[in-house]
Write a protein that binds this ligand. Structure first.
Ligand code: FAD
Length: 501
């Protein structure tokens, strides 16, 4: 049996879909618009330094979780795939007082109690909540409509300790949770680098996954994810065509018939998985296909905001093993995209070999940006000189704060690269440059999309926008789910993963 499957988009979701298609005996081809695969999970070189665009933590590194199996299937985890397991997720330094989100929760509790004995009760509750939330499970093996009663019961049983945490903190934002503490250090640990309008449970989730050993970092960073996936796909007989930007999809009746590319070529379609940003998918098939779910999200940006980053990369003219792997410190306020920022969030790649030339280091500074800041960068981009000048101004503002905080680097920092929300949009088509899907606020109920659109019989969706909160794990599992949905619709579900090698 050979069923021809066309996949548009070669990010994590498209690659996952391709791998599972091949593992199930389908004959698939991925068409990627860019010159390289990987989508948002990518890297590039600047003046001998390695710029890693994506991974700071990867959920699914614990063998106890369902998603581990999926990372293993796609070749990212397992023998010969080394991981970095940091002792702490981040260090926070507020006016010289330091606190950590430690992997060891007893150590974290003890340190927080020393910093803020006045917060004793809430610290205890917080650590208990993180500990219990380790039992949360992202359903990764079957899409929700294919889960049986017993599957659901098993999942609920596994998550029985996490459910009361979700109930207790479910209506709170990160800002609400942070306000329960008097200590500014603990407030910042709770804020982390996540927008304060996010559900409070996203912080609990992050620390729960990290402390359970379920959110480590692949050695080699983002490339080690996508290049391993690419290799696995090719080994399974898949085909990748790059520089194939789709411009439209011809639809006849209820079927997608043809994908047309920017270079004037086209491909006839039997079955189609769109693993592009969902806003791109709707441009390709036509806005009349935007379903109720996405229409509601796009029409209610105050309930479904998005966020992105301005990332600035600095070369350091000495190794950087003397500073934390991730640190957030407070600083003199500065403005980015019209938004006042009072902290610097630094990611240090010292433990990733070959990211910097011998004797040097590379730092990444993350500045959170929301919808309004995307609009700001988008408008500014029309005037390239002003756009470049503003990127440089921000990079220099941050540089002076880095030198103040790390005086040993004074005169040794050089700006390598600034990436704005507009850059993410330009290079991958990301809606407003967003990289985690919609921020599900406490105003709206958490939703998981069905991955199919009414009126289209041979189109399946994959990608980070389909499931809260987005990110790599959701991109990954929606690729798998798209293939399961396709097989189910064709009455071929029994073939799923039968060609595993
Ligand atoms: C700065 C940053 C940091 C991040 N950190 C983390 C992290 O620490 N942990 C985590 O879990 N997640 C993180 N993420 C999020 C993660 O990278 C994304 O959620 C994930 O990679 C999305 O995968 P995707 O396949 O859904 O979409 P994408 O990566 O956007 O893939 C879509 C692909 O489709 C292609 N495409 C678009 N339009 C067309 C077209 N017309 N024709 C053909 N191809 C097209 C694009 O080029 C792209 O390759 C981060 C993202 C960023 C940007």
């Amino acid at each position: 049996m050979s069923t021809k499957l066309t996949i548009i988009g070669g990010g994590v979701s498209g690659l996952a879909a391709g791998i599972y298609a091949q593992m199930s005996g389908l004959d698939s081809e991925i068409f990627e618009g860019h010159s390289v695969i990987g989508g948002q999970c990518t890297s590039w070189k600047r003046r001998g330094f390695h710029i890693d665009n994506c991974v700071h933590w990867m959920t699914g590194t614990s063998p106890n979780k369902e998603i581990y199996q999926v990372w293993k299937d796609v070749g990212v985890i397992g023998d010969g795939c080394p991981m970095i397991a940091h002792e702490y997720f981040l260090q926070v330094d507020i006016d010289g007082v330091k606190g950590h989100a430690w992997r060891d929760l007893d150590r974290m509790e003890a340190e927080l109690l020393t910093i803020a004995p006045e917060d004793k009760k809430v610290i205890h509750d917080l650590i208990k909540a993180i500990r219990n939330f380790r039992n949360i499970e992202l359903p990764a093996l079957k899409p929700k409509e294919q889960m049986t009663f017993m599957d659901n019961m098993r999942l609920l049983w596994k998550m029985r300790k996490a459910i009361p945490v979700a109930v207790k903190y479910g209506k709170m934002t990160i800002g609400d949770l942070a306000q329960m503490f008097q200590s500014p250090v603990i407030r910042q640990i709770i804020h982390n680098y996540v927008p304060e309008t996010y559900f409070a449970i996203s912080t609990l989730y992050m620390y729960a996954m990290f402390s359970a050993g379920n959110a480590d970092l692949p050695l080699g960073g983002s490339d080690s994810i996508t290049l391993r996936m690419r290799d696995r796909y090719l080994q399974l007989g898949g085909k990748i065509s790059t520089k194939k930007k789709a411009t439209s999809i011809d639809i006849e009746g209820s079927r997608c018939r043809r994908v047309n590319f920017e270079d004037g070529t086209n491909v006839e379609v039997e079955d189609l998985i769109c693993a592009t940003d969902i806003s791109v998918t709707f441009k390709l098939i036509g806005e009349q296909y935007i379903d109720k779910h996405f229409k509601f999200c796009y029409d209610n940006p105050e309930k479904f905001p998005v966020f992105s980053n301005l990332n600035v990369y600095y070369a350091v003219d000495q190794p950087t093993n003397d500073i934390p792997t991730m640190e957030i410190f407070n600083c003199e306020p500065y403005t980015v995209g019209g938004r006042e920022v009072k902290t610097v969030i630094v990611n240090n790649f010292a433990d990733q070999p070959n990211f910097a030339p011998e004797g040097k280091g590379i730092l990444e500074v993350l500045v959170v940006q929301y919808d309004h800041q995307y609009d700001y960068w988008d408008r500014l981009y029309a005037d390239r000189e002003a756009y470049r000048a503003e990127k440089e101004r921000v990079a220099q503002e941050v540089l002076t704060r880095l030198e103040r905080h790390y005086p040993q680097y004074t005169g040794k920092l050089t700006v390598l690269e600034s990436v704005t929300p507009k850059s993410f949009n330009r290079f991958t088509g990301a809606y407003k440059g967003a990289y985690m899907g919609f921020i599900q606020t406490h105003l709206v109920k958490k939703e998981t999309h069905s991955g199919i659109l009414p009126g289209l019989d041979n189109l399946y969706l994959a990608g980070q926008w389909l499931q809260t909160p987005g990110g790599l794990p959701n991109a990954l599992v929606t690729g798998r789910f798209a293939v399961q949905r396709l097989l189910k619709r064709k009455n071929l579900l029994h073939l799923f993963c039968t060609q595993k090698t």
